[in-house]
Ligand binder design. Sequence first.
Ligand code: NAD
Length: 249
Amino acid sequence: MTGKLTDRVALVTGASSGIGEATALALAKASARVALVGRREERLRSVAEMIRTEGGEARVYVADLVDEAAASQVVRDCEADFGRLDILVNNAGVMYLEPVLTADLGRWRQMIELNLLSLIAATQAALPGMKQRGEGHIINIASTAGRIANPNGAGYSATKFGVVAFSEALRKEVHADRIRVTVIEPGLVATELREHIADKAVQGAINAWADSLRQLQSEDIADAVVYCATRPAHVAINEMLIRPTDQER
Ligand code: NAD
């Protein structure tokens, strides 16, 4: 395959479903060699198979990214197997929406570890190789919830505001090494994300809201990732906030 990302290696976390799966497929279509990271081996293998059927290259890495050491390790394994890592897409995440008053802090701890700490660890592990090559691209999937906080979203927004702040500071630290940092902030996307909300009243309310408008599809976000990753080296898209046209807040 020849495309804009020929010979580039991209790692996508949470590649077994939703935005991560669509992004892995889209990057492979642009000719990137892709590392697929997640917990669900069967689903990752089927995504890898789709990529190979189209003539692309993909490898599967099974890891539970609640453990930040696993996030660092998977980046090192990918670099060892592919010989380099050019594009890191930190996408894996969970959204446990519930009021502060009744929040399960054990659950929130896992969300903070996955959405924020693991993203930081994977980024830290990717930087030395990128710095050495004098180029690289970190793409972090945040959320509109990383810009606007609403009731029931205190914990989730804390992680996504954190991702936005981390990305902005990181950009200032690494731009001189020609490492690009992009934060993508999707609004409502039709994925499995909402299935894991334990508070059924909160889940019902957000599902009703989602049903009331035309949501984004995972492919819409994957397109944005590929757009950012395929700009010429002197162009850094630092931030992209993408809502469904119907979504007000
Ligand atoms: P999704 O549930 O389909 O994808 C989340 C991915 O993360 C899955 O592949 C899941 O297996 C993986 N994951 C979850 N826990 C993990 C763990 N412990 N270790 C490794 N992988 C783990 O939902 P999605 O909407 O595609 O979510 C992807 C990202 O997009 C998340 O960071 C989410 O916060 C963000 N986002 C989603 C929306 C939306 O409306 N769907 C909006 C804004 C931002």
